[in-house]
Design a protein around this ligand. Structure first.
Ligand SMILES: Cc1cc2nc3c(=O)[nH]c(=O)nc-3n(C[C@H](O)[C@H](O)[C@H](O)COP(=O)(O)OP(=O)(O)OC[C@H]3O[C@@H](n4cnc5c(N)ncnc54)[C@H](O)[C@@H]3O)c2cc1C
Length: 500
């Protein structure tokens, strides 16, 4: 299929900005996916710049080759711990650009990587053709059908704002700054998840450019096997250019967060353990031990302290009942700061208060099948406020409810057997390069006796290689995912991200 044959995306914008350069093709180094960049660089030969100019002439967005000014800015990730060094970067403006980029990459034996916001880079997409999607910003809400259509570069805030006008919401996660597509392909677990399930469960159509360069519209009826796989199997099957998904009605929301003194962590975590599973599905909740940096822009009661942050979201109209449900936690510790009350759905960032500014982060997660009192003791021994450890956050999130039930149209999302999710985050800075992963992994190891067999792909964080990603899925799901992968991407063109 040629460029002109690919459907043009009416919502696309952007102009080409050709820059000459000398990129390099995919090399045998890419068959060794977790080698260091120095090794990758040394194995990468060059290829004719005329070829890159040919790509420039066929796409509307900018194309940068290795060595070009502007490449680093184009591929900069929100998580600045990862700095991509692709052979070529294409700033796609539409599905047709994505198709051209994929076909060109395959013709030049390059692997293809993709980035929307850079909230979830797994590793440097060194030597690849990296497609950036942030210019693909179309959002369309159909309030009658309660369906949203979004292009690949859209962040959750745009959807939440557009949907809120109609009393509708998408199933966004803790930060509305995260990209809709990357989040949803990995499952997508947010504050409304216990009531409505994973974001992926609500996808009705996926438009995806596969390794053959074709733009496919995949639904429950059209290519059902690929439709199953891409909802949960993340970026392994191609570059998604647009998603359509159901929105949920949220007539009223009561939510927010309370910061407690870190000294109360034992009482709060033990109370949370008993309280959280008793909550109705209308409630999403999590609790985190935060080591707050000593920075001026942060509120004085929290600055430089270890605190406990309780997050609470009640999707219902009876706010008095929400207050009642919350009250056992409110009295379990000394409040430093907080707000829990009426919220608009486009204000849900107030629940978790995730950082907005780019930061270097190391993260890792696991699921617990149960949370006995010994598990809380183990968590406190490994990460409690008495310890001087460099973890910014250690979080326990309640799962269950619709997160534990299969989707109406089955999908490949891993993690339904989890009762709680655990996440650890630390700063990925050179001086702590060994300490943070060691401490973070140590916290998760302490909880291993209660581990579920699956993991949430979105919270895998740093992985040692494909085997660790593969282990997130139940064996029968993995086998089916691999069969779909072999059918649509037999030469492993899409091998960055969470590849299994
Ligand atoms: C602050 C923060 C809060 C978070 N909160 C939650 C949460 O509450 N719940 C949850 O489930 N997850 C959460 N996450 C994890 C997040 O969902 C994943 O990291 C997700 O992959 C981010 O997607 P992105 O497009 O923003 O990031 P990017 O780094 O741009 O993309 C990450 C990966 O997504 C895939 N991807 C992105 N775009 C495409 C595309 N067009 N086609 C195919 N694959 C694509 C690729 O594999 C890519 O490598 C959070 C992450 C952060 C940093």
């Amino acid at each position: 299929m040629t460029h002109s044959e690919l459907p043009r995306d009416p919502e696309s914008t952007g102009t080409a900005a050709p820059v000459p350069g000398l990129p390099r093709p995919r090399s045998s180094a890419d068959d060794l996916p977790h080698l260091g960049d120095a090794v990758l660089d040394s194995l990468a030969p060059g290829f004719p710049s005329a070829d890159v100019d040919g790509l420039r002439s066929r796409v509307r967005g900018p194309v940068y080759a290795a060595g070009d000014d502007g490449l680093a800015a184009e591929v900069a990730a929100w998580n600045v711990a990862v700095q991509h060094t692709p052979a070529v970067a294409v700033g796609a403006t539409c599905a047709a650009d994505v198709g051209e980029a994929v076909r060109w990459a395959v013709a030049h034996d390059l692997h293809v990587a993709v980035q929307a916001t850079g909230h979830g880079p797994v590793r440097n997409a060194a030597g690849s053709l990296l497609i950036t999607t942030r210019r693909m910003q179309g959002v369309h809400i159909d309030p009658e059908r309660r369906v949203a259509r979004v292009q690949a570069g859209v962040r959750w805030l745009q959807v939440m704002q557009a949907a809120a006008e109609y009393g509708l919401a998408g199933l966004c996660g803790s930060s509305s700054d995260v990209g809709v597509v990357g989040y949803t392909l990995g499952g997508g677990m947010g504050s409304l998840g216990r009531l409505h399930g994973f974001a992926a469960d609500h996808v009705t159509a996926v438009e995806i450019v596969t390794a053959d360069g074709r733009l496919r519209r995949v639904t429950a009826d059209a290519e059902p096997e690929l439709f199953w796989a891409v909802r949960g199997g993340k970026g392994n099957f191609g570059i998604v250019t647009a998603l359509e998904f159901e929105l949920v009605p949220v007539p009223s929301l009561f939510g927010g967060g309370i910061f407690f003194s870190g000294d109360d962590a034992p009482a709060l975590l033990h109370r949370f353990r008993e309280w959280a599973p008793s909550l109705p599905e209308e409630v999403g909740t999590s609790i985190a031990i935060l080591r707050v940096p000593d920075r001026e822009e942060l509120p004085p009661p929290l600055r430089g302290r270890t605190v406990v942050h309780l997050r609470f979201a009640y999707a219902g109209t009876d706010h008095a009942r929400a207050e009642q449900l919350l009250s056992p936690m409110k009295v379990a510790g000394t409040t430093l700061l907080g707000y829990v009350g009426p919220l608009r759905t486009d204000e849900m960032d107030a629940i978790h208060m995730d950082p907005k500014e780019p930061m270097p982060g190391w993260e890792k997660g696991m699921l617990l099948r149960e949370l006995p009192t010994q598990a809380i003791d183990a968590l406190l021994a490994a990460a409690g406020p008495q310890l001087d450890i460099p973890l910014i956050m250690v979080e326990l999130r309640l799962m269950g409810g619709a997160l534990g039930r299969p989707a109406a149209v089955p999908d490949a999302v891993a993690g339904r057997s989890g009762a709680f999710s655990v996440g650890v985050i630390g700063p990925a800075v050179p001086e702590l390069a060994r300490v943070v992963p060691a401490v973070g992994r140590g916290v998760l190891a302490a909880l291993q006796p209660w581990a579920a067999s699956e993991k949430l792909v979105n919270f895998l964080g740093e992985v040692s290689g494909p085997d660790e990603v593969a282990a997130a899925f139940p064996p029968e799901v993995l086998a089916r995912l691999r069969a779909v992968k072999a059918a649509v991407d037999p030469t492993d063109v899409f091998s960055f991200g969470h590849a299994f």
